[in-house]
Design a protein around this ligand. Structure first.
Ligand SMILES: *Cc1c(COP(=O)(O)O)cnc(C)c1O
Length: 460
């Protein structure tokens, strides 16, 4: 064999590739048809080392050993985020159609950073973005792209906001600042650190929404260096939708960029029963919504929308000689709208599933989680041992088990995962540790929830 054919060996679809393609296909089909995959849990690096032996060698493990390491050890040391009793943090619940398309993308070598190389893909992704944009009430000129997560989406949007401030004011202020309440997600603080900005903490009412009176008391002199205000459309911890109309008003009054973080809750724009809670969102300059959370897409996928995408292009366009032929096109290049260049076609699974099932199915699936939350709230209200700590607005419920201390909640979490029953995570609300459940998966039933609540009756 010559050096060259030897080098190309890995790229040929030979007999062993065909054999393992078939085995992976079986693996995929099995995983896709499991509605209740084993929950499992983490292992230590030491346990994993012992179980697999060396994972990379000079001569290669060969397909069989690598396949076995993956199926028996690596894949089993992960938690099934789409299990109907995975109710910690924000669960995932990708549709079968979205996962099928995600597998196809893996084999298609699509460069989705530019219109030229992926016009069809970007066009379809844009259709999915347009659905979200319309739900939010943004103008037809709005547009955006899909990024890995709301963290990078928010950072990209706030970088565009800072750029707009510079363009308007000519020079930089003494210090950059971003205004948000303390209920904002940690990704806002992270974006502030990256952008070398400080946080201006906006006052809240007892309901943890921004205080309109507090906003009115902030004069121009208090807002020195503030270039953006962030509102949260569904906080991760409690599912609170902030007073977006008041924040929009405030942003307009002071000519600030208004960014809305709908990473989790933005999905509920599709749900008629709670749509009114989002009033004011149509006035935002930018918005993030994670399809990998409550819009039933696979990881990792965040929709980033701008009211005026040209503001984003100005901040994010790559200026490189070899990219010149890609720029100056009427169709936006996704690469020019966020902090990235090379990009997976990560919005395509979301589009495909929307295309297959239609938007009404999405509205129904989001409503299913909302109505389950209402039912669970009723059950908790009726149980003398349990007490709702914060009335759910979306699909997060936080409640206490009378008589329990922090360590009891931790033991509860641990027990449920060890027994393979459920994955839940308690939370802190004020000084108190509390039970928290978050619903997004339409396969989660009241029966699933009862299994988890029953374990709260354990006394120790
Ligand atoms: C999950 C979440 C984020 C972060 O999103 P990633 O996709 O994990 O980067 C930001 N804001 C809120 C409200 C969230 O729930």
């Amino acid at each position: 064999m010559t050096e060259r054919t030897n080098a190309a060996r890995m790229h040929l679809f030979d007999e062993s590739a065909r054999h393992y393609a078939a085995r992976f296909q079986d693996y995929l089909l099995h995983r896709l048809e499991q509605t209740h995959p084993p929950l499992r849990g983490p292992k230590t690096a030491h346990e994993l080392d012992d179980a697999t032996g060396p994972l990379i060698t000079d001569e290669g493990l060969g397909y069989e050993a690598a396949y076995t390491a993956f199926t028996e050890v690596i894949a089993t040391a992960t938690i099934a985020m789409d299990h109907p009793r995975m109710l910690a943090y924000v669960p995932a619940a990708p549709t079968v159609a979205s996962e099928l398309m995600d597998s196809v993308i893996a084999a298609s070598s699509i460069y989705a950073g530019s219109w030229m190389e992926a016009s069809g893909v970007v066009h379809a992704e844009n259709a999915a973005l347009e659905w979200l944009s319309n739900l939010a009430g943004l103008p037809a000129s709005a547009g955006g792209t899909f990024v890995a997560g709301a963290t990078i989406g928010t950072l990209s949007a706030l970088a565009a906001a800072r750029d707009r401030y510079l363009n308007r004011h000519g020079d930089r202020p003494r210090r950059w600042r971003i205004a948000a309440t303390r209920e904002a997600h940690s990704s806002v603080a992270e974006a502030a650190r990256v952008l070398d900005a400080e946080l201006l903490t906006l006052p809240v009412n007892e309901d943890l929404r921004v205080s309109v009176d507090g906003l009115a008391q902030l004069g121009a002199e208090d807002l020195d260096g503030v270039f953006a205000v962030v509102g949260t459309a569904g906080t991760t911890n409690l599912g609170i939708v902030d007073d977006l109309a008041a924040l929009a008003e405030f942003a307009e009054r002071h000519q600030l960029w208004f960014h809305v973080d709908g990473a989790y809750g933005g999905a509920a724009l599709a749900a008629p029963s709670v749509r009114a809670n989002f009033a004011g969102i149509e006035r935002c300059d930018s918005l993030v919504v994670d399809p990998h959370k409550w819009l039933f897409g696979p990881f990792d996928c965040c929709a980033l929308l701008y009211r005026d995408p040209t503001q984003a292009v100005r901040a994010h366009q790559h200026d490189a000689g070899y990219l010149e032929s890609l720029n100056n096109r009427r169709e936006f290049n996704p690469a020019d709208l966020a902090i990235h260049l090379t990009r997976r076609a990560r919005g395509l699974p979301f589009w495909f599933s929307l295309a297959v099932h239609g938007t009404r199915a999405y509205a129904d699936a989001v409503e299913a989680a909302l109505s389950l939350t209402r039912e669970v709230t009723q059950v908790i209200d009726d149980d003398p041992l349990l007490e709702v700590a914060h009335r759910p607005e979306l699909s997060v419920i936080v409640f206490r088990r009378i008589g329990w201390e922090a360590q009891d909640y931790l033991a509860w979490e641990k027990r449920l995962l060890q027994e393979g029953v459920a994955f839940v995570a308690s939370t802190r609300y004020g000084q108190e540790t509390l039970a928290r459940l978050c619903f997004v998966n339409p396969l989660t039933s009241m029966g699933d929830v009862r299994l988890i609540l029953d374990d709260l009756r354990v006394d120790r």
